[in-house]
Design a protein. Structure first.
Length: 294
């Protein structure tokens, strides 16, 4: 018997992102404030008797083979649970690629979450996150959602007090930034100026939005050179954003706005200059179950 589920999977922003060291295995350690944001991929899942993992995607250029994180997540869930099934996955991409917003990781998280329920595996949230971190450092947060303090390589998560649904505008040009190259550039920094993570934690705990805006920062901005990032930051600040900061290792930039009307006006004014321009809001929920389409 076929069972289906449709999930809306939220992207993430790094309100603050700092690289604190490098482990012996080559992975970098970080401190970050992760935040869910109302930009989504939609995943349709179906499970039935049989074998095989089948993926389609509406975005040109996205691989639909076993290299895709969604396929790898399905395989990892089957392995961890000892189950066997024919799994069909359909992705509708709303999260831009190469943006530092966790698009592929959001898909992986959604597949883990959805298949756990469809197959009645009964994994706890912590167990799913343990599977998720084997797929990518952002996957554990994208399973958790909301607002969280991340340490380690991103897998050590402390949930934080939910932030208000602050309006944001997200801009991304055509350029992408290679994550490995960005980390190499971080390693080469001579005198890095680190974001004030403690001030950000205080701002979140107290709900102090002005302090939050002052504390947003990303060490990668000092390491990577990308004209699109600088242009997006300038446009957002010119439009009245309280701050403008790159997310992840790039190349999307977000600005926090005083109200939704100002955010919408910014997109109207400068959106045509960018490959991706969207007004959104900070949210507390990473997944929304929708009416199944398969």
């Amino acid at each position: 018997m076929k069972q289906t589920m449709r999930l809306q999977c939220a992207a993430k922003l790094n309100l603050s992102l700092d690289v604190t060291g490098k482990r012996a295995d080559g992975y970098h350690t970080l401190e970050s404030i992760f935040q869910s944001v109302s930009v989504y991929d939609v995943i349709d899942l179906s499970v039935e008797d049989g074998t095989g993992i089948f993926l389609t995607c509406d975005a040109p250029g996205v691989p639909c083979d076993e290299s895709n994180l969604a396929c790898r997540a399905a395989k990892a869930l089957l392995t961890a649970s000892g189950r066997q099934a024919k799994i069909t996955i359909s992705l509708q991409k709303g999260i831009p690629s190469g943006a530092g917003m966790g698009g592929g990781s959001a898909d992986a998280a959604g597949v883990l979450y959805g298949l756990d329920r469809l197959l009645n595996c009964g994994f706890s949230g912590e167990e799913l996150r343990e599977i998720g971190v084997t797929l990518g450092a952002d996957v554990p947060f994208l399973l958790l959602g909301g607002t969280a303090y991340a340490e380690g390589v991103g897998e050590i998560l402390t949930p934080l007090r939910p932030l208000p649904e602050l309006p944001v505008v997200i801009l991304k040009g055509e350029a992408g930034i290679s994550t490995p190259a960005a980390y190499r550039a971080i390693d080469a920094l001579q005198a890095p100026v680190h974001p004030d993570t403690q001030a950000m934690l205080q701002a979140v705990e107290t709900g102090d939005v002005p302090l939050l805006c002052r504390s947003c920062g990303n060490l990668f901005e000092a390491a990577v050179e990308c004209a699109d990032v600088e242009r997006a930051k300038k446009r957002l600040l010119d439009c009245g954003a309280c701050c403008a900061v790159m997310t992840g290792s790039g190349a999307a930039v977000f600005g926090i706005f005083p109200d939704a009307a100002a955010a919408d006006a910014c997109v109207q004014a400068v959106g045509s200059e960018f490959a991706f321009a969207r007004s959104a809001r900070l949210i507390a929920q990473t997944f929304t179950e929708m009416e199944a389409a398969l």
